[in-house]
Design a protein around this ligand. Structure first.
Ligand code: SF4
Length: 233
């Protein structure tokens, strides 16, 4: 298990940003609106944020479009708050900045190709490492091409995801593409709890599986098993 406190690493960088003034441009890879809710609320106070939506792992087109439309709805709400200076019930205030979104092409066929042979891995296994790498590589490339000051991902907010692995991949890609990685563990300091509160506040769609068809099947199997053993969802 990693001994690095990635949440503290984020804070160190933010302290530097505050000392220096200004708002560095951050490309924030986002998997969905609920996971990005706390990350955006927190980071928009310090960074000029652009959401990067690249998730070919969401292998059903309808699900992909729905998650994307929820992401856009949330960004529109956060931007409305800035326009109207209405931060009622929010943890960020008048210093918050508006957020942009950059949509990457939807290419699930490339994702299926990348995870070929890993279809039977359980969630958290080798397939997820390949999936993280694919999404973060595109984010790193887009950050380099767009001249961003940092890139990172909302994925570290999930208690189901390997935070150390995500940060290791991010740091490696940072060296490869020459864009600083913003280390993170967004679930810490009640970040995950806050994402649930914000999801309720804005009535966001919270899916009950990660994204790929394999994780959907795994989630449905677990639900069936719970039902058969007399448990509840
Ligand atoms: S379970 Fe999630 S992270 Fe793992 S491969 Fe599927 S979509 Fe990617």
């Amino acid at each position: 298990m990693s001994k690095i406190n990635y949440s503290k690493e984020t804070e160190k960088i933010i302290d530097g940003v505050r000392l220096k003034g200004g708002a560095p441009r951050l490309l924030l890879h986002s998997c969905c609106a609920p996971c990005s809710s706390h990350c955006m609320e927190y980071l928009r106070q310090y960074f000029d944020l652009t959401i990067y939506y690249y998730n070919p792992n969401i292998t059903e087109n309808r699900e992909y479009q729905y998650r994307l439309s929820e992401e856009k709805r949330l960004i529109a709400e956060y931007n409305r708050q800035v326009d109207e200076q209405d931060f009622e019930g929010m943890h960020s205030g008048p210093g918050a900045r508006k957020i942009q979104i950059l949509e990457a092409p939807y290419d699930p066929e490339n994702w299926f190709q990348a995870v070929k042979g890993l279809e039977k891995c359980p969630e958290g296994g080798e397939r997820c490492g390949v999936c993280f790498e694919m999404r973060l590589r595109m984010a790193a490339k887009a950050a380099a091409e767009g001249g961003f000051d940092y890139f990172t991902t909302t994925l570290t907010i999930s208690p189901m995801k390997n935070t150390a692995l995500l940060n290791e991949i991010g740091m490696r890609l940072s060296r490869e593409y020459g864009v600083p990685w913003l280390p993170s563990d967004f679930k810490k300091k009640d970040g995950y709890k806050r994402s649930i509160e914000l999801s309720r506040k804005f009535d966001l769609y919270r899916q009950d599986y990660c994204g790929c068809g394999f994780s959907k099947a795994e989630s449905e199997r677990a639900k069936r098993e719970r039902a058969e053993s007399g448990g509840h969802d």
